[in-house]
Write a protein that binds this ligand. Sequence first.
Ligand SMILES: Cc1cc2nc3c(=O)[nH]c(=O)nc-3n(C[C@H](O)[C@H](O)[C@H](O)COP(=O)(O)O)c2cc1C
Length: 129
Amino acid sequence: MHTPATFGYVATQLDRLGIVYLHVVEPRIKGTEEISHGQAPIAAQHLRPKFSQTLIAAGGFAPDSAEAIVAAGTPTSSHSGRQFISNPDLPERIRRGLPLNRYDRATFHGGNARLGYTDYPPAKATAAA
Ligand SMILES: Cc1cc2nc3c(=O)[nH]c(=O)nc-3n(C[C@H](O)[C@H](O)[C@H](O)COP(=O)(O)O)c2cc1C
């Protein structure tokens, strides 16, 4: 499959249909694994000229890299998966420049007494500890 051509065509056709947003995952992520360290957000860069409405990009963004790429207008906004799991107060932490909790991949899918979705401490509790 010619991935850039295929998805470029799809984005163009979705735009013609008036679809209001497109949410893409950068190919540097496969499932929950980062497979290409340091790769630019090539999906958003490729699709931006082909899709005129809201473009949301996910996959391997850190707060600073997300801010830079959104400020450059490549995607309209960015989305976080893993960082949101371990930081239920992620927007507040970013706003205040606070460090992020590290996620525990072993608890991503639950299955034991430690849920991993509800027991990460918010920043206030971290600072008080
Ligand atoms: C627990 C977990 C399960 C996921 N399951 C899937 C999945 O089944 N299919 C999929 O395409 N992406 C899956 N993803 C990837 C997310 O949809 C999202 O694209 C990705 O987490 C965003 O990248 P980031 O975690 O670097 O912010 C999963 C992510 C997490 C953390």
